[in-house]
Design a protein around this ligand. Structure first.
Ligand SMILES: Nc1ncnc2c1ncn2[C@@H]1O[C@H](COP(=O)(O)OP(=O)(O)O)[C@@H](O)[C@H]1O
Ligand SMILES: [Mg+2]
Length: 404
């Protein structure tokens, strides 16, 4: 948030208002004319015509008068907010207001909105508040680790849980807020493996995603004794429901602003929301088994993801249930490395008894046997990623919102 810091205590607040409405212009001039601390410029026109040539320059706040009934104006506002990014903040003034518009404005990361006729004191308050920039709590975004299967039953859930536990324990107890999100709505097993009650009620959120706020999120979280939080819905094996991509994105946006780390367990099927989730992730891991078809699938998936999401999202492949078979037929480490090239991340040993006992007892691997070989390897694979990611993205994490 480097660009924000210069503006934390602005000596003079510069407000640019984009409006064609004489009454609003007059009201703003009267309001701000009285204050020596606020400098107002008016750009006469509407966002549709002015958007492309509009420059916020050194403004501390941009006010946009929006005809929310005109979809072209909404699209122009989206372009403007995309271009401006996080600074300066945008306040929208509209004639009317409804939940759908509210949701659209939240998704565009509009800082505040006012409904006409605006009261001078409300404008001043809104400008003063947003010109301070978001609070630390608002800007915090989690680092997101997403696990995808190259085939069925390869161990995505096992490795996602282990990753979440590793991240949770990578700092002082209680100091590293970590949330595991089970997006395998049809066959999810995270809750079962951790012996927790899944509490995410999709039927309540899906019709009205705008209702999902921090309070509702709290209600829908399950908490493990280790301190790990889990978002998982009760399984519906016989139902192939398709959810609104906006619902999934909103859920993850909300989760990522309240945790340090988010680990996502993805299903095999590619849904309408999959691209959004992958683009919003900081690290993508494909889990494969140690077979020729498994590696082939993993490679295909790597290619498909790079093609769909561009070169910035390079997934890495973890080969699970790895066994060194020096004198037996079958794949060896060198074959795996050759097949996957730069996409190879590492291997996780096959330890059937350990994993089986953890799953059956509903406890993490380390509780079965502390310092076991699966946890040790996962730690090596996950924690260096964290260090690299922190170096590569010093200005904060990618926001899921940008995935759209
Ligand atoms: N490293 C491992 N060693 C031995 N068995 C494993 C390992 N990882 C996963 N498994 C086993 O593989 C099966 C599938 O694991 P799971 O995590 O549910 O996979 P997925 O989520 O990909 O379907 C489970 O029975 C689990 O015990
Ligand atoms: Mg699974």
């Amino acid at each position: 948030m480097l660009d924000r810091q210069d503006n934390v205590v602005p000596s003079k607040v510069r407000v640019i208002a984009l409006t064609a409405d004489e009454a609003l212009e007059q009201s703003l001039r009267t309001t701000f004319g009285a204050s020596g601390k606020i400098e107002l410029s008016i750009v006469k026109g509407n966002v549709l015509n002015e958007e492309s040539g509009f420059s916020p320059a050194d403004a501390s706040v941009v006010i946009v008068d929006l005809d929310a009934g005109n979809p072209d104006e909404l699209a122009a506002l989206q372009r403007l907010t995309n271009r401006i990014g996080r600074w300066p903040p945008v306040i929208v003034v509209t004639e009317g207001f409804n939940a759908e518009l509210g949701r659209g404005l939240v998704q565009m990361r509009v800082a505040d909105f006012l409904v006409k006729p605006v009261d001078g004191i409300d404008v001043v308050r809104a400008c003063a508040r947003v010109a301070q920039g978001p609070t630390d709590d608002e800007v915090r975004e989690a680092e997101i680790f997403t696990f995808l299967p190259a085939a069925g039953g390869v161990g995505v859930t096992t490795l996602a849980i282990q990753t979440a536990m590793t991240l949770l324990n990578s700092g002082p107890r209680g100091g590293v807020k970590t949330c595991l999100v089970d997006l395998d709505f049809q066959h999810g097993a995270c809750a079962d493996y951790l012996d927790l009650e899944p509490r995410l009620d999709l039927s309540e959120i899906d019709p009205r995603p705008e209702r999902l706020d921090r309070q509702l999120l709290e209600v829908m979280l399950s908490r493990h004794a280790s301190g790990l939080s889990l978002i998982a819905a009760p399984n519906r094996p016989a139902e192939m429901r398709s959810f609104d991509p906006g619902m999934v994105t909103r859920l993850l946006d909300l989760v990522s602003s309240h945790f340090d780390y988010v680990v996502i367990d993805m299903p095999r099927t590619w849904f309408s929301w999959t691209d959004n989730v992958l683009t919003g992730s900081n690290k993508l891991f494909i889990v494969s088994e140690m077979t020729v078809p498994g590696l082939r699938h993993a490679k295909k998936l790597m290619g498909a993801i790079s093609e769909r999401l561009g070169p910035d999202q390079q997934p890495l492949v973890i080969v699970n249930r790895f066994e060194q078979r020096l004198f037996a037929p079958g794949l060896r480490l060198a074959d795996i490395k050759q097949a996957l090239g730069a996409g190879f991340c590492g291997t996780v040993p096959n330890n059937y008894r350990l994993v089986r006992e953890a799953i059956d007892r509903g406890i993490p691997l380390d509780e079965v046997k502390s310092g076991n070989n699966v946890s040790a390897e996962m730690k090596k694979l996950v924690l260096p990623q964290r260090a690299k990611a922190a170096k590569a993205e010093p200005e904060g994490k990618r926001l899921l919102f940008w995935a759209k």
